[in-house]
Design a protein around this ligand. Structure first.
Ligand SMILES: Cc1cc2nc3c(=O)[nH]c(=O)nc-3n(C[C@H](O)[C@H](O)[C@H](O)COP(=O)(O)OP(=O)(O)OC[C@H]3O[C@@H](n4cnc5c(N)ncnc54)[C@H](O)[C@@H]3O)c2cc1C
Length: 419
């Protein structure tokens, strides 16, 4: 593009920006990724739980979530918190979430989520081969300590089979057989054999190297605004005082989307859903499989010789500060399920926090920015940004290179202007 600074300019270098960059590079486009955070302190992608989860076909906005959330609000160690504050954007988000948290919404979206997740998993297998990072394909166990929890998950397993996701209901003996290396205090589990896990940082580094090898560039700077003429974006302003031009812009700034999207006359209701992780370098035991701990809402992932334990969902705007009481809740929940560990094992471990980009219907926003011919948004992946990264990169690439969406995916349900 001789008269433009960039062919494709992607704002945001988290997993979504990088996956878009990779697939566009593969399609022969020249990619520049602009991110304001060279030290990677704010991205949600670097130290998450590393799970690739077709098993997560139920969106965050689902029946029962609100009543459970209200109960948890009273417990400072619980896995959920919404900080009440005077903020019309928060109230509007809550109202929209309330309207989507029902069985009809789950029925309308579960097949779409399962289909794109399974496609993303297929792409992960290809990527692991091509970009050379470790991907464990042994599945995930949804571990339950109580019979009531197991009954709940048995219903999810039945739904999983309906949407084409493999699920096996396991008693405690079967759980031991699947993961004999660790002691687990559980009543049983559902084993989702297609789920996978990886070290997210290895994946991000592999994507960066792959993009560079295809001629892509990275710029450390903050996008602060835009210039447009009619239906074309003609300039991208940065904090360093630069104005960039690009043939096509992609906005992939995760939890920070609302401010930037507003500059482009697009309203995307979003809240940061803060979560934490702690990584044990020398764990007392190392499970073979990754797991989710049903009653504690904690994620546990082996990564090489390390073990990562993460959780909580604090609806908090874009505040990344660490709440030590809630961290303690994660640690205690984990130790109840894995009795070989004690809270002391976590002494001195530096916690990581990240902001899940949460939309009120629990679905991502992927598509053209209304009113602009050369701008696309890819954000709002909630708890699934890593899982859905590759498929998002491909959907965006199809949109930009073919000028129309993938006909096999119900893209209107993901349209950025749907709210
Ligand atoms: C504890 C925890 C565990 C999780 N586990 C999993 C899991 O196992 N599997 C899974 O699929 N998902 C998981 N997630 C969710 C997943 O991490 C997110 O969905 C995903 O990282 C979002 O990626 P993103 O690229 O949209 O945003 P981010 O990774 O947050 O990237 C956005 C980037 O935009 C940059 N940026 C923002 N504004 C600007 C600007 N104006 N100019 C330039 N740059 C800007 C930021 O610096 C940042 O680097 C987890 C999340 C948490 C918190």
């Amino acid at each position: 593009m001789p008269d433009r600074d960039h062919d494709i300019l992607i704002v945001g270098g988290g997993v979504i920006g990088l996956c878009c960059g990779w697939y566009l590079s593969q399609a022969g486009r020249t990619v520049t990724i602009l991110d304001r955070d060279p030290l990677r302190r704010e991205s949600c992608s670097d130290e998450n739980a590393g799970m690739v989860v077709p098993s997560h076909f139920i969106p965050l906005a689902a029946p029962g979530v609100i009543s459970q959330g209200l109960k948890w609000m009273l417990n400072p160690k619980s896995p959920f918190y919404l900080r009440p504050r005077f903020d019309p954007a928060l109230w509007s988000w809550c109202w929209k979430f309330f309207r989507h948290a029902n069985a009809q919404h789950v029925n309308d979206t579960k097949q779409l989520l399962a289909d794109i997740s399974l496609e993303s998993r297929r792409l992960f297998l290809e990527l692991a081969d091509e970009l050379k990072f470790d991907l464990a394909t042994r599945g995930l166990m949804m571990l339950c300590r109580t019979e009531a929890g197991l009954e709940d998950e048995a219903k999810v397993a039945a739904m999983a089979k309906e949407v084409g996701v493999e699920a096996e209901l396991c008693d405690a003996a079967r759980v031991c057989e699947l993961d004999p290396n660790v002691q687990m205090d559980v009543a049983g589990a559902v084993w989702f054999a297609q789920d996978c896990h990886l070290d997210p940082l290895d994946f991000l580094n592999a994507l960066r190297d792959g993009i560079r090898a295809k001629g892509g560039r990275f710029i450390d700077d903050e996008c602060t605004g835009f210039e447009r003429q009619g239906n074309r974006l003609t300039g991208i302003h940065t904090a360093d005082g630069e104005t960039h031009t690009a043939e096509h812009l992609i906005v992939a700034v995760g939890a920070w989307t609302p401010e930037l999207a507003r500059e482009l006359d697009l309203r995307i209701p979003m809240q940061g859903g803060k979560g934490y992780s702690l990584t044990l370098r020398n764990p007392a035991e190392l499970p073979r499989l990754c797991s989710l701990l049903k009653e504690a809402r904690v994620a546990v992932t082996p990564m090489g010789g390390k073990l990562r334990v993460g959780g909580t969902m604090e609806i908090c705007g874009t505040d990344l500060s660490i709440n030590r009481t809630r961290l303690q809740g994660i640690i205690e929940g984990f130790c109840q399920f894995f009795p070989a560990f004690s809270p002391d094992d976590f002494t001195g471990i530096e916690p990581w926090s990240g902001l899940r980009p949460c939309t009120p219907d629990g679905l991502p926003c992927i598509g053209p920015i209304p009113g602009l011919q050369n701008a696309t948004v890819a954000t709002g992946h909630n708890m699934l940004g890593l899982s859905l990264g590759p498929v998002t990169g491909q959907l965006v690439t199809t949109l930009i290179t073919n000028g129309k969406p993938d006909p096999n995916v119900e893209m209107p349900k993901l349209a950025p202007g749907r709210f």
